[in-house]
Write a protein that binds this ligand. Structure first.
Ligand code: SF4
Length: 384
């Protein structure tokens, strides 16, 4: 898009981005206030293509939720349960191993596993779980636990300093941390949607510690509930700040709040619109200049809109996932899984070049024909 066609207030931001300059919080608020969605997409595209060219990636992964029993009761969460609840579940290690074995047969490279803050599972249970999965295939990447779970494991289960807990988990097979639990960092919002949950600083400190140990992780934003645009910018600023410090985040994955299935107060909230989904992705892409990747999470936004997002700053469509519980228990109507064919077709149709990636967003190779037939043909809270 030619800058002259943009709203006047967007032109200086466009110029800054083209010159490789960082935008300010005020610029981000100007972008959020704009209705010129195509201009936002065009500006975001400058960053997206500078960093990733025309390639758009996806991952062959499987989600597993080992348990939904949780000591907290975040108001926005439809996933968690108390032990006495009818919808409470806890998987046994052999069951998780079997599910993983099958998924490996379908070509996955990553298990993505989160649960609630379980009150009684022992430290040894978590270690044995990781070891058992790693024993199936040493190359399988285990992306597990939100920062909130990691904090819980350290403080209440392992009863060890965070770094030592993370070191033990890594020794057992932990490959990277998931990004879930960030929600919106502003404490006033946390007090209303997830009272009692760890603070923004605690979330960031887990990632900081993990990054300093040489680990990598993703990070998230749960938007489209009661937060203001200024609170979204505050959230992005804190992520950008930590990334300046550690360079440990591989990608940013925002997802919209799903009101169905949450508390009565939150259920009244209007679901996020397609406009806001694309605007939020575009602004995030422009603001997070020190992040290499921005992912469109098809589980919450649907693959059709995630495909459109490839023109609004997004360079990654996440993964096959295969079984998602957290958003679907909250009322998401999207499918449970995507096939490689569906992801590749969506990317190609949008004019991008599909590439399979690993858990750290490294491109592996186009695998469409190499993937077993069942994967090609049939097709966390959220700890993404
Ligand atoms: S969002 Fe996570 S910590 Fe909060 S209630 Fe749900 S499972 Fe528990």
């Amino acid at each position: 898009m030619i800058a002259a066609l943009m709203e006047r207030e967007l032109r200086p931001i466009h110029d800054k981005v083209r010159a490789g300059e960082r935008i300010t919080d005020e610029d981000a608020l100007t972008l959020y206030a704009s209705h010129d969605l195509n201009a936002l997409g065009a500006i975001a595209n400058v960053v997206r293509e500078r960093k990733n060219g025309n390639v758009a990636t996806y991952l062959l992964n499987r989600y597993i939720n080992y348990a939904n029993v949780c000591i907290l009761s975040c108001q926005f969460c439809a996933f968690a349960a108390k032990k006495r609840d009818a919808h409470a579940f806890e998987l046994a290690i052999p069951e998780i191993v079997e599910t993983t074995r099958k998924a490996l047969g379908q070509g996955i490279t990553e298990i993505h596993m989160v649960g609630g803050l379980h009150p009684t599972l022992k430290a040894e249970w978590y270690l044995e779980l990781l070891r058992s999965l790693k024993a199936l295939d040493p190359n399988l990447h285990l992306k597990c636990f939100t920062a909130i779970e990691a904090r819980h494991l350290a403080d209440r289960i392992f009863k060890l300093p965070l770094q030592e807990t993370l070191a033990r988990l890594r020794e057992a097979g932990l490959g990277s941390l998931t990004g879930g639990g960030a929600e919106i960092f502003d404490q006033a919002i946390r007090d209303r949607i997830c009272r009692g949950k760890e603070t923004a600083e605690e979330y960031l400190d887990v990632h900081r510690t993990w990054h300093r140990m040489g680990g990598r992780s993703t990070c998230t934003m749960l938007f489209g509930h009661i937060e203001t645009m200024a609170q979204r910018v505050d959230h992005l600023r804190r992520l950008r700040g930590l990334q300046d410090e550690t360079h440990g985040f591989t990608g940013f994955i925002p997802f919209a709040f799903v009101p169905e299935g949450t508390t009565r107060e939150l259920r009244e909230i209007r679901p996020t619109t397609g406009f806001d989904e694309l605007r939020n992705l575009a602004v995030s892409r422009i603001y997070l200049d020190n992040f290499d990747h921005v992912t469109a999470y098809w589980v919450s936004m649907g693959l059709p809109l995630a495909q459109v997002a490839l023109g609004y700053g997004v360079d990654d469509l996440h993964g096959t996932i295969m079984e998602e519980k957290i958003f679907h228990m909250a009322g998401a109507k999207t499918p449970q899984e995507q096939t490689v064919a569906a992801l590749e077709n969506a990317i190609r149709e949008a004019g991008r070049e599909p590439m399979q990636r690993d858990s750290h967003y490294n491109r592996i190779a186009p695998t469409f024909r190499a993937v077993p037939v069942e994967m090609a043909g049939v097709g966390e809270l959220a700890g993404v």
